[in-house]
Ligand binder design. Structure first.
Ligand SMILES: *Cc1c(COP(=O)(O)O)cnc(C)c1O
Length: 381
């Protein structure tokens, strides 16, 4: 066990140093710019002595959040941005030059799939989407102009757990960089940077924020790559607002507690639904970390279940096209996260009309199981 442990670090991260009134939490620096008392003071900014000039470039709240996530991931540097998507774009543009090529996992988040296949070509970046089930197969798609391998630590919606060690050694062998979306696992369960992954990205909209009240991204990695990515965020105007950074930072303080409870609940839900006659398959990772296996459970209902009726009988559980909040919610990948994919693309990865993704919350595990079982029972035809 290393000290301080994750649970301690998350509430005693590097505090903002410029507090004038010794406030216990960092104030919100809701300002678009910073002022200077004279030209020497202004000059000191450009010499790197005074950190802040203009919020789009840098702000104490966004810095605090980025620093916290970097510390939890064990990475030297981090940057926050307006969304998971902008953090992904900034990371890719920092790691891949125009004319470069990416080999990416075909089961990445729907928005990422769209970014990679529909937008990156106009940046002069080529992408090949392949199954990452077998890294020996992935190796066959590496070309002379390949710069980056892109994947997720836990995939969506079937929760395939990436072999991060294997990924890093494959990249090393070919002199490539690696980038991993760690949104589903969070640094509480997995720290890809420790495995040699170059860039780790989060939709902090999900577990890091944790309360479904903010849209936010964080990217962490080496000083050199993060400095390049930060420049992209500044120039593209993809910066995070101080208030949203502050909210995310506040949510992050309970990440360890939430993940512990949500993972334990998810494990019991997976076990209970495996026994249910309305459920054909339960997807839940066998092993992610000694702390738990994540808080998402995906099920494929039996054809005996009326899916429309299922979504009408959820009781206190809400339908939400997102995940990771403190409340248990369900989503329907065919109609939300995987809507942009063609039917044949969906079929290839196994997303059919009976697949439902459960994002398990912090409620009583027994209540969640009770509600889900009764929902399925009432929807059997
Ligand atoms: C939600 C999500 C994203 C996109 O993040 P936004 O904050 O919505 O921009 C990227 N990757 C994964 C795994 C996600 O779940």
């Amino acid at each position: 066990m290393t000290h301080p442990s994750f649970e301690t670090k998350i509430v005693h991260h590097k505090q903002d140093q410029s507090q004038v009134h010794n406030s216990k939490t960092t104030p919100i620096y809701q300002t678009s710019a910073f002022t200077f008392k004279d030209l020497d003071h202004l000059e000191s900014y450009y010499e790197g002595e005074s950190p802040y000039l203009y919020t789009r470039e840098k702000n104490p709240n966004t810095d605090e959040l980025a620093g916290t996530v970097a510390e939890l991931e064990g990475a030297p540097s981090g940057v926050a941005s307006s969304s998971g998507m902008s953090a992904i774009l900034a990371g890719i543009l920092a790691a891949v030059e125009p004319g470069g090529h990416i080999v990416a996992a075909e089961d990445v988040y729907g928005g990422t799939h769209k970014l990679l296949t529909k937008e990156l070509p106009s940046f002069g970046i080529d992408v090949t989407m392949v199954s990452f089930n077998d890294l020996d197969e992935v190796e066959k798609f590496i070309q002379p102009h390949t710069h980056l391998l892109y994947t997720e630590s836990i995939s969506n919606p079937f929760l395939r757990v990436e072999d991060l060690k294997g990924l890093s050694s494959l990249a090393q062998k070919h002199g490539l960089k690696t980038m991993v979306d760690n949104t589903f696992a969070t640094p509480y369960l997995v720290q890809p940077y420790e495995y040699g992954v170059d860039l780790v990205v989060h939709s902090a909209t999900k577990y890091i924020g944790g309360h479904s009240d903010v849209t936010c991204g964080v990217l962490v990695g080496s000083e050199a790559l993060i400095s390049k990515a930060s420049q992209k965020i500044v120039t593209l105007g993809a910066n995070l607002s101080p208030f949203e950074a502050w909210l995310t930072q506040r949510g992050a303080k309970t990440l360890a507690l939430r993940m512990k409870q949500q993972s334990a609940n998810a494990k019991s839900v997976a076990e209970a639904l495996r026994e249910h006659n309305g459920v054909k398959k339960v997807f839940y990772p066998e092993y992610v970390s000694e702390r738990g296996h994540g808080a998402i459970v995906t099920i494929e209902l039996n054809e005996s279940v009326d899916v429309e009726a299922f979504f009408k009988s959820l009781g206190w559980i809400k339908i939400a096209p997102t995940l990771a909040g403190v409340q248990t919610t369900v989503s329907y990948p065919v109609r939300t996260s995987h809507r942009a994919l063609s039917e044949s693309e969906r079929e290839k990865i196994g997303v059919n009309d009976y697949v439902i993704r459960l994002s398990i919350g912090i409620e009583s595990g027994e209540d969640i199981i009770h509600q889900l079982k009764s929902t399925i029972d009432t929807s059997i035809k």
